[in-house]
Design a protein around this ligand. Sequence first.
Ligand code: HSE
Length: 433
Amino acid sequence: MGEALRVGVAGLGTVGASVIRMLETQSQALAARSGRAVRVTGVSARDRTKDRGVDIAGARFHEDPVELAASPDIDLFVELIGGDEGPARQAVEAALDARKSVVTANKALLAKHGLALAALAEAHGVALAFEASVAGGIPIVKTLREGLAGNSIERVYGILNGTCNYILSRMETENMPFDVCLKEAQNLGYAEADPTFDIGGFDTAHKLAILASLAFGTKIAADKIDVEGIERITLADLRAADELGYRIKLLGVAQRTEHGIEQRVHPTMVPKSSAIAQVMGVTNAVTIDADAVHELTLVGPGAGGAATASAVVADISDIAKGVRSAPFGLPCAALATPTRGEMQRHEGGYYIRLSVHDRPGAMAAIAARVAERGISLESIVQRARRGDSKGGPVPVVLITYATTERLVREALDAIAAGGLVAERPQMIRIERE
Ligand code: HSE
């Protein structure tokens, strides 16, 4: 058995404490699998004295994570601080500069600086591993980078944010409004410190940027993602989706098209029969469409101490074994610069919910605005007005066959300009298997 791998862990929150616990409880199995023992020799956290339920007495405490990162007492630096700048970035750079491999769960850091950090790791011949940064305990990074190396990938999409999936699931099953479900998710500890990161779709976007780079061999391009959150989804949308045979999920989708690579995050209608529609609550799921395996879906816990530690410890074990995979699957110089597939050219079906002024000819005028643009309708549902709302608006739901985003937006603008609707139309994209 070789010399022990000495690990420094910065950030002793839920995940950090779980990593230390797992390295302890699994120490024998890990040593057997890796061919060497793994020992935590250094730690760094904001509060030295806090009881985390794990024994860190054998590790040297560093006030400054950057000092730990460069310390001669460690071979591998584990960054669990979070944030795309500040101490997390400085510490990761310091570790790589000091020729130490790095394991991180930090999706925001990778989305913003992943390419530069991968180049630094490559220049120094060390590993930069980040399985825990996407979909928690689901081994999706390894699946894309190694498991599907013989495939050409067309599309990768998934439920990458547990908080949003929890909120949408609770709204649907309990008929509870958005705000109440968000509060629940926060109380259960699922949401980011700033929940707009979750509900605005930005957390999903960070994870999608990483998946797209791995899937397509491209430079990470988090600034080329079209992002919409779930804030405007109402119980009326969830009920309409249900009646029409769909569920609404916040998906991150990266897809090759003839115009370039689409990277998009938005609420999405998925057929109830699809694998991704079955994923409820805080659970994550990722589906990959590839030429050899066709469709592959991985489902599992996207957050939480033990699940995230599972991914961190797998990376540590790989590095202990001597694995030094190119972080994004290819040497940095071989990663292509992606061409953005513009959202206006996105092709697919659309759900449209309108609040239509209830007068003769309104429906005909709406149908005309849609038909003028060559958009074909799969279904139209108009509800009767309530007894007490004579003259008030009535809900109308349209489902289109495949068309383009540009045409749908033009039709909605024309409908609004014609004074046919009482409020801003709702538009949700449909994703098919
Ligand atoms: N806030 C994130 C989520 C945590 O809800 O999925 C894991 O990244």
